[in-house]
Design a protein around this ligand. Structure first.
Ligand SMILES: Cc1ncc(COP(=O)(O)O)c(C=O)c1O
Length: 388
């Protein structure tokens, strides 16, 4: 019998970090006094300055959301034709390409990191390829130096989807310092957020100027438009939330690190459950805790574990499943064939993101780990009863 009763309240895969309410009122008072709610106001400018310092860059701009930032980045880089990307990502990555009339070319992933397999990129380059759009999946950096070298050899642009990689460093170098542009998402589910929002970090000031113009309808100083832009502006209220949360983000990451290491210990010897390990030379940010479930060794599939955890009030996410290459809108592409993406298809069937956020306690993690262990034990007993 599973003697663990589960949780009386639902435990969700994540829960937003909230700013102090009194401090939020004070910020609102400042905004009310300024009578400026949007259009590159003081809060947005302050947030951009503070984020640039925090993320170690000179060229950072904020946007209405990460998807919109990616769309603007594609236009800023003048991309056309085909863009090599990963199928193991959130829908927004491939969708942003499609909205720019670009064809995603899906590249298989590495089993160890879930990131695009840099060694397979070159074989997918054609005379239509203009860029590579890798994703730092679950905050783990891609093989940035290898990718940048491939891009230089073939004269391609590199746009990193760093939606999960806020604050990550590679050998002390900020993850946003690679490629031409890196996008960060500030959606409420992210470790740092502005309710909705996003940012781009640019290789140089020219790219930043162009993106800032596109973010504001493409309007030039004389209010004429050369290139049709869009409305990608973040507003003052959301920027204020960001300014307040930036003070909390290091504590949030520290608590997530603690809980991640606890999960690793609690689940270390559960047959059929694989946990990620700390990567060398990486300053990680712990945005998700993703396990892999081997149905043969664990006894039940990932989907069945997901359903059983629901009965304990534990809400996980099958992150990322299904693959973008299996969405109806992309399934017909030649690169979407399962033969081209064996590792991505295998990984997508086995991954499960467990609850992880800074409001959780050690006992929450121990309880979730204990339930996953007991489901396995119970299952083994049931199997023994059937066969003996
Ligand atoms: C990998 C990835 N790319 C892009 C996005 C889109 O970001 P946003 O929700 O801010 O539009 C997300 C959102 O969660 C994401 O996970």
């Amino acid at each position: 019998m599973i003697n663990n009763d589960g949780f009386s309240e639902p435990v969700y895969v994540t829960e937003p970090l909230l700013p102090d309410l009194a401090e939020t009122y004070s910020m609102l008072e400042i905004i009310w006094q300024s009578r400026q709610l949007s259009n590159n106001g003081k809060m947005v400018q302050e947030l951009e300055r503070k984020l640039a310092a925090f993320l170690g860059t000179r060229y950072l701009s904020v946007f209405a959301n990460g998807t919109n930032a990616l769309q603007i980045a594609c236009k800023t880089l003048d991309l056309s034709g085909e863009v090599i990307t990963t199928p193991f990502t959130f829908a927004a990555t491939a969708n942003a390409l499609a909205w720019n009339h670009l064809t995603p070319v899906f590249c298989d992933i590495e089993e160890a990191t879930f990131n695009i397999d840099a060694d397979r990129i070159e074989s997918l380059i054609t005379n239509k390829t203009t860029a590579i759009l890798p994703v730092h999946v679950f905050g783990h950096p891609c093989e940035v130096e290898k990718i940048d070298r491939i891009a230089a050899r073939h004269n391609l642009k590199v746009l990193y989807d760093g939606a999960h990689a806020f604050g990550v460093k590679i050998k002390d170098k900020p993850v946003g310092s690679y490629g031409d542009i890196t996008m960060f998402s500030f959606h409420a589910t992210k470790i740092f957020h502005t309710v909705e929002g996003g940012a781009l970090i640019f290789r140089d000031q020219d790219l930043q100027q162009k993106a800032k113009c596109l973010r504001n309808f493409g309007l030039k100083e004389d209010y004429s438009v050369d290139e049709p832009g869009i409305n990608g502006k973040l507003n003052e209220l959301q920027a204020a939330v960001g300014i307040l949360l930036l003070k909390e983000v290091e504590a949030e990451i520290a608590q997530r690190k603690y809980l991640t290491n606890l999960y690793r210990q609690v689940l270390a010897d559960v047959p059929g459950i694989t946990v990620s390990q700390e990567a060398e030379e990486i300053t990680a940010n712990y945005p998700y805790f993703v396990i892999r479930v081997d149905p043969t060794a664990y006894g039940i599939s990932r989907d069945e574990l997901y359903s059983r955890l629901l009965s304990f009030n534990i809400f996980c996410r099958k992150y990322f499943y299904p693959l973008c290459s299996n969405f109806k809108c992309f399934k017909g592409l030649p690169s979407s064939s399962a033969d081209n993406l064996p590792t991505a298809n295998k990984v997508a069937e086995s991954v499960l993101a467990l609850p992880l956020h800074g409001r959780m306690s050690a006992s929450d993690v121990q309880k979730i780990g204990g339930i996953i262990r007991e489901i396995k034990i119970k299952n083994k007993k049931q199997i023994n009863e059937i066969f003996n």
